[in-house]
Structures are given as C-alpha cells and as structure tokens.
Design a protein around this ligand. Sequence first.
Ligand code: COA
Length: 169
Amino acid sequence: MAFYRVGPETERLEHRVFGAEDAEAFFSLNGNPDVMRLTGEPLCPSLEAAREAIANYPDFDTVGYGRWGCVLKETQTIIGFCGLKSLPDLDETDVGYRFLPEYWGQGLATEACRASLDFGFSTLSLERMIGLVLPENTASIRVLEKAGMQPDGEVIYDGTLALRYVKRR
Ligand SMILES: CC(C)(COP(=O)(O)OP(=O)(O)OC[C@H]1O[C@@H](n2cnc3c(N)ncnc32)[C@H](O)[C@@H]1OP(=O)(O)O)[C@@H](O)C(=O)NCCC(=O)NCCS
C-alpha cells in the first residue's frame, strides 16, 4: 500500500498531513464556531484536544490517504484542510474541505476540492467519490457543483440527513 502524506499541489496550495507542530492551526480551524456550524461535526474544544486529534488520526497509516492540511504557498501557513476520507460503512470515499473564514470567497475550496478529486481518480484509481453536505450549506454545495459533482440523493450519516453528491471516473 502506498502512503500519501503529501497531497496534490495546486496554483495556490500545497497539501500535507497535519503534524504535532500544526496543533494551533488545527484548533483555529476546528475550534471556530463559524467554520464548524454547517459541517455536522462537533467543535474542537481545546488546543489539547487538537493535539490529540492530530495524534490519533489513523487514516494515513491505515488507508494511505486522508484529509490534508492546506498550506497557502504565499505564506506557508495552514489555512484549511481538504482531502479524501474512506467511509467503509458506506463503501465510499468522501471529499471534504474546511477553510478559515478570512480565506472564503477566493475559490480556494474549489481549487482544493478539484485537486483531491483528480488525485482520487488518477493516483488512487477510484471509480467514484462522494461529497456529503448539509442541505443548508449552500456555499459547500456550490463548491461540489463547481468541482463537477452531481446530486445523488440523501443519506443519513452520523444520525444526520445529508445530501450526497457524486463524481464518477
Ligand atoms: C464551504 C467553504 C469550504 C467554501 O470555501 P470557499 O473557498 O469560500 O469556496 P469557493 O470560493 O471555492 O466557492 C464558494 C462558492 O459558494 C458561493 N457562496 C458562498 N456563500 C454562499 C451562500 N451563503 N449562499 C450561496 N452561495 C454562496 C460563492 O459565491 C462561490 O460560488 P461562485 O464561485 O459561483 O460565486 C467555506 O465556506 C468553509 O470553510 N465553510 C465552513 C466549513 C464547511 O462548511 N465545510 C464544508 C462541509 S460539507
């Protein structure tokens, strides 16, 4: 199995795994209520919890890929995450992303999402990928659409109704 601790590079972004030194950046992102509001995931409560989440994120060791930190090339700082997550219970691979509010509205999520999808098709040879999004998350739905994903019904995931978008090879 190959391990992709470094992900795709785009015009403005590099992708790499979060390390212990990224705990503050991870907390700024996942501890921000504005960022987390429409993700369906709980707020990261503390810097310590961020450290633990980074240390206990198994995907890169078990399936070889996961959500990468998005490094803005211009400043070499982490401004979000994007990447692919294996969902064995649904037998799918999900694309997901999240950025600090001061970087919204510049096309960065679309740039990152497209790169993750390309990576999934070209490098991982996946046949399809999905995106799960809360119906009220219009900005994220727009990102999925701009990345060429098509609506594909609804699923209950983690007890919450989500819209499913799909892109096939
Ligand atoms: C969703 C998110 C990643 C989008 O990031 P971004 O870098 O601003 O996205 P982009 O600039 O690539 O594209 C956003 C699109 O949504 C549109 N948009 C933004 N807010 C909107 C809103 N409230 N209603 C409708 N459209 C909206 C933008 O106009 C843009 O579309 P356009 O290019 O056609 O104008 C960002 O808002 C975020 O991090 N949100 C919090 C975390 C989150 O919800 N992640 C997704 C979970 S599924």
